[in-house]
Write a protein that binds this ligand. Structure first.
Ligand SMILES: NC(=O)c1ccc[n+]([C@@H]2O[C@H](COP(=O)([O-])OP(=O)(O)OC[C@H]3O[C@@H](n4cnc5c(N)ncnc54)[C@H](OP(=O)(O)O)[C@@H]3O)[C@@H](O)[C@H]2O)c1
Length: 326
């Protein structure tokens, strides 16, 4: 990466991914600003925005090198009508607002990356999805008679509209990348890793559903390194998959997770139990039952080298880090 200190603006950067990236870039000598609805004390600059209106926060983007927008209501919730509106609006509105600002700015950021999701691809048990497949999800048939559930279609629509909002207006001086990310695994409280680790350690970390569905995941170190790689590679724009190169079937994924925690057994959770559990945990079964068989075609073609291409090693590393912080 360039030796010059960069000015990096993280919109919605107070959450799991944003904090991880803020530490990563600050440790490497870059200047980090987080746009947040509630400024808080941090070792980087935090500036107020509401994700809806223009304000003084736009000055942080003028002359910045990079903008990464991560804003969005957490999707770990029941998709009631009110939550659907919040999940949708909290992603599309800030992206449209940034588009309006960046497309009209005299000195806009050189690169704008916007969160998207690997869930944009269809439920796939049969083949890998890279950026060239154009095989997006939404209303696909899961079997001859069964359509994809409405909640799955909704999440695909969010991701599609999110990307449309990112690319809707030309930004001649700003390169744009849609981050089609799989689940980012980091050893931090409240993360997917923390939730699954808890299940595994309680002896409940068996196969989920029929176990044939693929999990597309990425280790936090590779996620941050991939962002750095994307900053440096001017030829990469448009959608980019941020996932490890080897998605794994849930059955093997959970077995490797148990092994990393030294838990030989785990109670399996069939699909109906996942649906009931999700209801009581106020979340959605889509997060574990949809098969995401996504691969990082463009990153690999551009020469990105994963430190954690395989889940068993990634899981062991994350467990080791979690234990060192307990
Ligand atoms: N984590 C993953 O594994 C993963 C995988 C694929 C995609 N993604 C996407 O990547 C993005 C970041 O993920 P994350 O895990 O860091 O999410 P997160 O922990 O939930 O953080 C998202 C941030 O968005 C801001 N936000 C929430 N509601 C908002 C609203 N109505 N208007 C403006 N900002 C709002 C919040 O910041 P303030 O409260 O400070 O304003 C919050 O810290 C999300 O959009 C997520 O969907 C994440």
């Amino acid at each position: 990466m360039t030796t010059r200190a960069l000015r990096i603006v993280l919109a919605g950067g107070s959450g799991q991914i944003g904090q991880m990236l803020a530490w990563y870039f600050q440790d490497r000598g870059h200047h980090v600003t987080v746009l947040t609805r509630g400024p808080y004390t941090a070792s980087w600059q935090t500036v107020h925005w509401d994700g809806l209106h223009l304000g003084q926060w736009t000055e942080t983007l003028s002359g910045a090198d990079v903008c990464i927008n991560l804003a969005g209501r957490n999707i770990n919730c029941r998709l009631t009508p009110a939550n659907r509106a919040a999940v949708y609006d909290s992603r599309i509105q800030p992206t449209k607002l940034l588009n309006e600002v960046i497309s009209t700015m005299a000195s806009p950021p050189r690169v704008w990356m916007n969160a998207s999701s690997a869930t944009i691809y269809r439920h796939s048990l049969d083949r890998e999805m890279d950026e060239a497949t154009r095989d997006l999800g939404g209303f696909e048939m899961l079997s001859k008679r069964r359509r994809a559930p409405d909640t799955w279609n909704f999440m695909v629509r969010v991701a599609r509209d999110w990307e449309s909002a990112l690319f809707e207006t030309a930004t001649p001086r700003t390169r744009r990348v849609a981050l089609r990310s799989g689940i980012v695994f980091s050893p931090t409280p409240g993360s997917a890793f923390a939730v699954l680790s808890r299940l595994v350690r309680l002896g409940l970390g068996g196969t989920q559903g029929n176990g044939r569905q693929y999990v597309s995941w990425i280790h936090e170190d590779d996620f941050a390194r991939a962002i750095e790689f994307l900053i440096d590679h001017d030829e990469l724009d448009g959608p980019v998959n941020l996932v490890a190169p080897h998605p794994m079937r849930n059955r093997e994924f959970m077995a490797a997770f148990r092994e990393a925690w030294d838990m030989p057994n785990g109670l399996p959770a069939p699909a109906f139990a996942i649906k009931i559990g999700a209801f009581f945990l106020r979340t959605e079964s889509e997060l574990v039952l949809k098969s995401r068989c996504v691969v990082p075609g463009r990153l690999v073609d551009a020469g990105f080298d994963f430190h954690f291409p395989d889940w068993p090693e990634a899981a062991k590393d994350l467990v080791r880090k979690w234990k060192s912080r307990e």
